[in-house]
Design a protein around this ligand. Sequence first.
Ligand code: ATP
Ligand code: MG
Length: 389
Amino acid sequence: MDKVISVSLGEVALKGLNRGYFENKLLKQIRSATREFGSPNIYKEQGKMYIEAEENYFDQIINRLKKVFGIVYISPCIRVEKDIDIIEKASILAVEETLEKRDISTFKVKTNRVDKDFPIKSPDMSKKIGSVLLKNIDGIKVDVHNPELYLYIDIKDKCYIYTERYKAQGGLPIGTNGKGLLLLSGGIDSPVAGFMMAKRGVSLSAVHFHSYPFTSERAEQKVKELARLLARYSGDMHLYSINIIDIQKEIHEKCPENQMTIITRRFMMRIAEKIAQSQDINALITGESLGQVASQTIEGIGVTNSSVSIPILRPLIGFDKVDIISIAKEIETYETSILPFEDCCTVFLPKHPLTRPKLENIEEAERKLDIEYLVDKAISNAIFSVIEP
Ligand code: ATP
Ligand code: MG
């Protein structure tokens, strides 16, 4: 009898022919998430992975695995041979250990007989273990409809017995869906947007635009902290900090005031696209949500898109602000996002930004600017850092 941690794979397990690819990526990520806890051995067995770690690391490992995309549930299990006497003893132990942690008066046994050579069928096994528990543990009853505790028994090459199923993030392992460059501001939305795409398996890099010295050093620190919080999910992240104050000054000087915001956004996209191309990154990611602010109209999005040809992913496009905030709280970026530092968009902020920009007008205004020169100059002054969790 010993203890292991099991993880259920959710969508990864549905991946048909590509499954090996997804499983290997996930295995690699679980390995790196558990390395500091004694580099435990990990093996796959029919739809789950098992981690043979020392028990005193279990809580820490489970907390780490809750941030690894591709995992749906995590359970500390007792692992035993497929011997009915041993399974009975282990089941009693599993329930007793759970009773030490929380009060339970009703339970139900759920058996999953993967190994069809095991002689007792699942429903019979559940009944059998149920009656053993009733006999050996005081104060608990069976409730098949709404039990306070499930005792799970998975019968495979070995038998796994557990009572807890901690919910993890789900999604797909990082790196299984290409690379994205997140436009990371200091706000609430963009970290959430990055999280959502990372959860779909996109590995993240980030670019931040600032207007130093009009924006402060502390605003930069805040963005780095947001990147760090995201990196807990996505792994090490490359961050490009770009000063766009010269571009903003040019636009301010040469273009109509109400086009400031939209033209600045088009420059952000061009700069981001160029960085993405140089790094083999396949898409940009933004935190835009339709109608949230003046620039986030369908027309604004259209005119923004026209500045580049790289796909722009906007995972929050249909989200209400309250829903974005609740994810931000869940992933613990909210408190940092609301720190009151200035943003580059507030420099030269027009009184009445255009809400329905027309592409021809914007392009005409932009003819007064040396776009390529401005973009290249901003990129050549980029400050690059690697952000670790
Ligand atoms: P957020 O909460 O993410 O700051 P927002 O509600 O302030 O978004 P906008 O200012 O219109 O909305 O920005 C929309 C998106 O454009 C952001 O989510 C982000 O992806 C990108 N963006 C805006 N400002 C910056 C910046 N200074 N650096 C990098 N990306 C930016
Ligand atoms: Mg913002």
